[in-house]
Design a protein around this ligand. Sequence first.
Ligand code: SF4
Ligand code: SF4
Length: 465
Amino acid sequence: MPKKYGIHTKATPHRFKAITKSGIIAWEEGCLKCAVCVKKRCVYKVYENRGLDARQMVDSVDNQCMNCLRCVQGCPKELIHKSVNPEYRSLGDDHYSPDIIAKLWYQAETGKIPVSGAGYPGPFSGQGFDGMWTDMSEIVRPTRDGIHGREYISTAVDLGKKLKHLRFHTDGDLTGDMPPLIDIPLPIMMRVPGFGSISGETIKGWAMAARRLGTLLFLPRERVHRRLNKALPFLVPEIAGKPKKGPRGGFRTRIVEITPEGEGEETFEAVNEAQPAGLWAVRLPLKEGVEKTALSLVKSGVSLIHLEAGYGGKGFGGEDIYLRDGIRLVHRAMVEEGVRDEMTLIAGGGIAMAEQVAKAILCGADAVVIDFPILIALECRMCRRCTKGLSCPVEIEKATPAWVARRTVNLMAAWHNQLLEVMGAMGIRDARRLRGEVGRAMFFEDMDEATFGPLGQGKEGFELE
Ligand code: SF4
Ligand code: SF4
């Protein structure tokens, strides 16, 4: 049994005051000027310790408040209120919501799993991964056994092609070449996001994190720099178009990724010509018919497909197809053709929460690639000022590589632990066995059909009596 994989975390505070969910509104008008103001009785001395952060020009009162509501209840004229901080509400967008951003900040700071209290407060429906639930029916022991090492759960996965069978010489030696295969200890890889106030130092920090975690960082080829030499085996340069001849297009990395210009044969020939013995990933944008393209690539010899969805986890080209469904289509096409083990399917684009890692693998991916969560881990507010050439409010580009690496490792540790928890609750002890286990998942549309389908369709204008 391989050595147990664990990620060492270290609390790494924010560099800037985080935007918190609740704010305090204290009206001066109508104040009784009572001798013993409730503000003085705050057990956390929030009002006494408050100050103005000159760098960000924010009052620290919201940041220090522990939400005990003592001041709210104690003010005789009810002049103190707690409310949702409007700045918090304006964080992010529909996909990276304020709550998701706040949880990612927490995980990057502490390396711990966020605890939301009793029960799940969200809706039991939605698009993409929101319309899917995991079956935790094996909870017969503490699900934390996997996290604390009392139960061995492996999250290692293989990247590359596996042989259907082995052939041996009469002397017992293997015959033929073994296809290149890489194993990584957790099924989560990282990719430099499409925007952000990202400097060479930021990339170095992410590369350090990839090396420490034993995973891979995908990055544009022009970002691969001599300063990253130590982390080269953990980098995946991305190349657009035809790869150059020579070992992995001139890179000393274990994998190179290309975004092909052509399809099937044409792509494989270009890759094969450049490096017949190397491991190449081919990036495929998620759109209608993607399973046919993926199948043609695999039949031509490509062993690593990176299925990529757009920013919100949706397909490109205006179709309403989500990453969840794209993974299922490609996985099923491979299974039906009997070539599933001849390829590795990695999926990325829009993965925003740890639960989505387990869901993507259940749908049929071998591993996932995450992008914006590693930027949000560095305090990004998803304000997009950087896309307009404006300054970053949290100066991400100035963060030291050591800080970037620690925050990224913390985030990945929290996600790794959540994966262990989900797998433990399902009774699955190997991430390779989680792949495509849809029997351990429930899909909203299936349950909707099973529950309400037999009732038939109501005709237009039909009214219940
Ligand atoms: S809610 Fe509690 S912690 Fe917050 S300011 Fe009022 S008394 Fe202090
Ligand atoms: S905080 Fe805003 S400006 Fe800074 S990287 Fe994030 S989106 Fe860009």
